[in-house]
Design a protein around this ligand. Structure first.
Ligand SMILES: *Cc1c(COP(=O)(O)O)cnc(C)c1O
Length: 452
C-alpha cells in the first residue's frame, strides 16, 4: 500500500465521522479514497478504475468531469459569490432557475422554495403543509403520513417522515403527528395477487389509515415514486393513481419525494410523470445539480403556493443559502446539458430500453429471484431459492458479499440487504451497459461460488 494512501486513511480514521457507517469497523479497514471522475467512471487513490453504476449516490445524472459546470461556478463566484434571498433581495441565477423549474415541472407545479439538500427540502415540506392548513383555520389538520422503510433524508423531519426503524431509534424519532403505512413491495408482500391488484391493495392502506386518524387530522401524504434507499421498490402502475384518488377524496396534500426520480432517472423528467399522477408538492435535490454542488428545490402547485403567498404576515422559514447564486447557476447548467443533449429522451427511447433488456437478462442467473427496473433505476433481488419469493435467512450478508466482489471486478453497485441496486449516470452508453452486464454476471457467478 502506498504510504500516502495509508497516511490519508489514518487521518480520516482519526478525525472524520462517516455518515451511515460503522465507524469503528471502517477505521480498521480504511476508507476508499476517490480522486477523479470522467463520464461513468471514477478512479480511486490506489489507481483502480471503477464503473460507477450508482452515480455517486443516485445523483451524478450528467456523468463526471463536465468542464462547463466548473466554469459556470467560477464565473458566478467572480461576479457575485453570495447574496441572500431573505431581505427583499434575490440574484439572477435564482430567478432564472425558478422560471426554468416551472417550465420543466409537470402540471402547475410552478413555484419554488430553495433548500440545500433533499433532507432540508422535506423539512420545508413538513412545515409548509402544516402551515398551509393552519392559515386556513385547520391547525389540527397537521398529521403527515409516510411509509415504513421510506427514505426522506436524515434531518429530524426527514428521518421522521421516512420510515426507517434503525434511524428512528437514534435520536427519539419520529417527532409527533407523523404516521406510517406499509410500503408497496410485491416481492415480499404481494402474496397471490397480481401486481395490478396488489398495487390497489397497497394503496388502500392509505385510506384505512386516513379513516383511522380522521381525515380532518391528516394534512398530507408523502412518498418516493420509487422507494430508493430501501431497495428500489417499484410499485405496480396501479399504485400511484389510487393514492392520488384517495388524497383527492379526503382533501389531503400529495407530496412526491422526487429526490431520486427527479431530473430524468425514470426516463421521464419526474417520477410522477412515469407513474401518471400529479402531486401538489415535489421535493427535488440530487439530480438538480447532478451532485456537482449541493442544492435542493421544493416545487409547489398553484393552490399551495397561493395560500403560502397570501397568508398575510411573514413566512417564518428559510435557509441562509436558499437560492445560493453559485448553486443556482450550476443547476441551470446541469438542466441545460440535460436538455441540449436530449439525455432524458435518450434514456426513454434508446439506452433505457437497452439497459432494461440487459438487466432483465440477469434474471436468468440462479441467484436472482426478482429483477426490478424503471428507466435508469433498478435492482436485483438475490435469493436462496429461485422458485420462491423469499429472503435469505441472514438478510444482507449475500448482498454485501456481492457488492464487494463487484468492486473487485471494477464495478460499483450498492447493496441494501440482498437487493443489488442500480442507478448509473443517465449518460451511460450501450457499450458501457454491456460492460455493466458482463461485470454483474461475473460478480453473481463469483458470489454463488463463494456461497457454495
Ligand atoms: C437522498 C434522499 C433524500 C435526502 O437528500 P439529502 O440531500 O441526502 O439530504 C431525501 N429523499 C430521497 C428519496 C432521497 O433519496
Amino acid at each position: 500500500m502506498p504510504e500516502a494512501l495509508h497516511r490519508l486513511q489514518q487521518l480520516d480514521a482519526a478525525h472524520h465521522i462517516h455518515p451511515f457507517n460503522d465507524n469503528a469497523e471502517l477505521a480498521k479497514k480504511g476508507t476508499r479514497i476517490l480522486t477523479r471522475g470522467e463520464g461513468c467512471y471514477v478512479w480511486d487513490k490506489e489507481g483502480n478504475k471503477l464503473l460507477d453504476a450508482f452515480a455517486g449516490l443516485w445523483c451524478v445524472n450528467i456523468g463526471y468531469g463536465r468542464k462547463s459546470m466548473g466554469q459556470v461556478a467560477a464565473h458566478q463566484m467572480d461576479e457575485l459569490a453570495y447574496y441572500n434571498t431573505f431581505f427583499q433581495c434575490t440574484t439572477e441565477p435564482a430567478i432564472h432557475l425558478a422560471a426554468k423549474l416551472a417550465e420543466i415541472s409537470p402540471a402547475d407545479l410552478n413555484h419554488v422554495f430553495y433548500s440545500n439538500s433533499g433532507s432540508e427540502g422535506n423539512d420545508t415540506v413538513l412545515r409548509m403543509v402544516r402551515h398551509f392548513w393552519a392559515v386556513q383555520d385547520q391547525p389540527n389538520k397537521n398529521i403527515v403520513i409516510g411509509r415504513y422503510n421510506g427514505y426522506h433524508g436524515s434531518t429530524v423531519a426527514g428521518a421522521s417522515l421516512g420510515g426507517m426503524k434503525g434511524m428512528h431509534a437514534q435520536g427519539g424519532l419520529p417527532i409527533p403527528d407523523i404516521h406510517h403505512i406499509e410500503p408497496p413491495f410485491f416481492f415480499a408482500d404481494g402474496g397471490d395477487y397480481s401486481p395490478e391488484e396488489y398495487g390497489l391493495v397497497a394503496a388502500r392502506r392509505l385510506e384505512e389509515k386516513i379513516l383511522e386518524l380522521g381525515p380532518e387530522r391528516v394534512a398530507a401524504f408523502i412518498g418516493e415514486p420509487i422507494m430508493g434507499a430501501i431497495g428500489v421498490y417499484i410499485p405496480p402502475m396501479t399504485y400511484w393513481p389510487e393514492i392520488e384518488r384517495i388524497c383527492r377524496k379526503y382533501d389531503i396534500l400529495l407530496c412526491a419525494d422526487e429526490v431520486i426520480c427527479g431530473y430524468g432517472r425514470t426516463g421521464e423528467w419526474f417520477g410522477a410523470q412515469y407513474f401518471g399522477f400529479t402531486p401538489d408538492i415535489m421535493t427535488t435535490a440530487k439530480g438538480l445539480t447532478s451532485g456537482y454542488i449541493p442544492m435542493g428545490a421544493v416545487l409547489f402547485n398553484e393552490r399551495v403556493a397561493s395560500v403560502l403567498r397570501q397568508q398575510g404576515g411573514e413566512l417564518a422559514h428559510g435557509y441562509t443559502y436558499s437560492g445560493h447564486p453559485v448553486c443556482a447557476a450550476v443547476a441551470l447548467e446541469n438542466i441545460r446539458i440535460l436538455q441540449d443533449e436530449k439525455i432524458v429522451e435518450t434514456c426513454k427511447h434508446d439506452t433505457g430500453p437497452y439497459l432494461a433488456e440487459r438487466w432483465q437478462a440477469l434474471g436468468e442467473h440462479p441467484l436472482v429471484g426478482e429483477v426490478r427496473i424503471a428507466g435508469m433505476v433498478g435492482a436485483l433481488e438475490l435469493v436462496p431459492n429461485k422458485a420462491e419469493r423469499k429472503f435469505f435467512a441472514d438478510r444482507g450478508k449475500v448482498g454485501g458479499l456481492c457488492r464487494n466482489i463487484a468492486l473487485n471486478n471494477g464495478l460499483i453497485l450498492r447493496a441494501t440487504y440482498d437487493s443489488m441496486l442500480l442507478s448509473p449516470p443517465l449518460v451511460i452508453s450501450r457499450s458501457e451497459i454491456d460492460e455493466l452486464f458482463e461485470k454483474t454476471w461475473k460478480s453473481l457467478n463469483e458470489t454463488a461460488k463463494a456461497l457454495a
